[in-house]
Design a protein around this ligand. Structure first.
Ligand SMILES: [Fe+2]
Length: 348
C-alpha cells in the first residue's frame, strides 16, 4: 500500500478542471488530464485532525482495590493459541488494563510460553538474549537475577525504545533444601498512569519536574556493554497532555544533570518530586500483589505498568521475553479492528 507516483512530478500550477459529486465519492479531473476520486469520508475535516488519538482505547486506571474488582483480567491459553479472537481479547486486555494473565498454559516445556508470546509478535533480542528461561544465579549481573526484593520499576530504561511488552511465567518455585515451603516471590504491579494522576493531585509541580527534567539511564554491568538511550529522557513522557510513557528504575538511573534543570529549579526539587513518586509506587494502596504459579503467564505494558517482586527463598525458574511496542500495537489493531480500518487509523 505504498504511494506509486512521484508527488513532485505533479505541476505546481495544477488546478481542477471538472468535479462531479457522487453518492460516496467526488470525481475530479485535473488540468494536466489526470483523474482522481475521493470518498466523502476521506474529505471529512475531522478525519485529518492531527490531534486525533492513535487508538480508540481509553485506559482503565486502577489501584490495588480497583483491579481486584475488575474482570476479566485473564484469558485461557488455548483461546489465544487457537483463534485470532483470542489474540484480540488478550491484546485488548493489555491495552485497557495494562496487563493480562494467560491461564492454563503448559509449564513442562518453556517453548509453549515462547509460542504464546509469538502469537502477539516475535520476541525481541537484547544483550540478555531473546526468550529467556533462567534461575537466579547472577549470570547476567543484574538485580533481576538475584532473590532480592525489587521495587516497582519499568524495564529497559536504558534503551532508546524500551520494550513495549514484558512477560513472566514462573515455571517452578522449589523450597530451599530441608524446608517444606518456598516463601516469598510475590509479584507486584502498579498502574503507573494512575500513580501519575495521584501525584498530579498531590503536587502538580512534581509532575512538571519529572516530565521536564531529562535523566541519563544506563546498563553497564556486563563486560563490554555500555548501553544508554540516544538522548536523556524524563521519567514521565507526555504527548499532547496525555501521559505516554513511564521510564523508572532507580537502580539504572544516572546522575541528575544540574545543567538540564533550567532556571529556578534545583536538584533538590527533582529529588523531592522523585521521592513523592516513589512513595506512591511503594504504597499498599497502589500495589496489586499476587503469586505467579506455574500455568499462569503475566504479560504487561512496560510503558505504563511498573513491576516488582518481594524477596524469596528457594529456587525460582522464570521464563519470558520482550515484545516491541510497534509490533504489539499492530497486532492489537489488526485483530480488533481488521486491516482496512487499521490502515485508516494510522494513515492520517
Ligand atoms: Fe524488571
Amino acid at each position: 500500500m505504498q504511494r506509486t507516483f512521484d508527488t513532485f512530478s505533479i505541476p505546481k500550477d495544477l488546478h481542477i478542471t471538472e468535479a462531479r459529486a457522487g453518492e460516496t465519492h467526488i470525481y475530479v479531473t485535473w488540468s494536466d488530464g489526470h483523474k482522481s476520486s475521493y470518498s466523502w469520508h476521506f474529505l471529512h475535516p475531522g478525519a485529518h485532525s492531527a490531534a486525533k488519538p492513535m487508538t480508540d482505547v481509553v485506559p482503565v486506571l486502577w489501584n490495588a482495590r480497583e483491579i481486584n474488582l475488575r474482570e476479566p483480567r485473564s484469558i485461557k491459553y488455548a483461546q489465544v493459541m487457537d483463534s485470532e479472537a483470542g489474540v484480540a481479547r488478550l491484546t485488548m486486555n493489555i491495552r485497557t488494563l495494562g496487563f493480562s494473565f494467560v491461564t492454563d498454559t503448559p509449564y513442562e516445556d518453556p517453548n509453549d510460553t515462547k509460542r504464546l508470546l509469538e502469537r502477539i509478535a516475535f520476541i525481541r533480542q537484547t544483550h540478555y538474549g531473546g526468550f529467556y528461561d533462567f534461575q537466579p544465579d547472577l549470570a547476567m549481573a543484574d538485580t533481576a537475577y538475584t532473590n532480592l526484593a525489587l521495587a516497582p520499576h519499568t524495564d529497559n530504561t536504558y534503551f532508546t525504545e524500551p520494550a513495549g511488552l514484558q512477560a513472566f511465567h514462573c515455571l517452578a518455585h522449589e523450597p530451599p533444601k530441608g524446608q517444606a515451603d518456598a516463601p516469598g516471590g510475590d509479584s507486584l504491579l502498579v498502574d503507573g498512569f494512575k500513580a501519575a494522576r495521584m501525584l498530579a493531585e498531590q503536587d502538580p509541580d512534581a509532575v512538571g519536574i519529572l516530565s521536564n527534567v531529562p535523566i541519563p539511564w544506563h546498563a553497564s554491568g556486563n563486560e563490554g556493554i555500555t548501553i544508554g538511550p540516544d538522548k536523556l529522557y524524563p521519567v514521565l513522557e507526555f504527548h499532547r497532555r496525555e501521559l505516554h510513557r513511564i521510564r523508572w528504575n532507580n537502580d539504572d538511573r544516572g546522575v541528575v544533570p544540574i545543567s538540564e534543570l533550567g532556571t529556578g529549579k534545583s536538584v533538590e526539587a527533582w529529588y523531592e518530586a522523585a521521592r513523592k513518586w516513589d512513595q506512591i509506587l511503594r504504597s499498599q494502596e497502589m500495589q496489586y500483589q499476587f503469586k505467579l504459579t506455574p500455568g499462569t503467564v503475566l504479560i504487561f505494558d512496560n510503558w505504563r505498568v511498573l513491576h516488582g517482586r518481594t524477596a524469596f527463598e528457594g529456587i525460582r525458574r522464570i521464563c519470558g521475553g520482550y515484545i516491541n511496542r510497534d509490533d504489539f500495537i499492530s497486532r492489537f489493531r489488526n485483530t480488533n479492528y481488521g486491516h482496512e480500518s487499521s490502515v485508516e487509523r494510522i494513515l492520517r
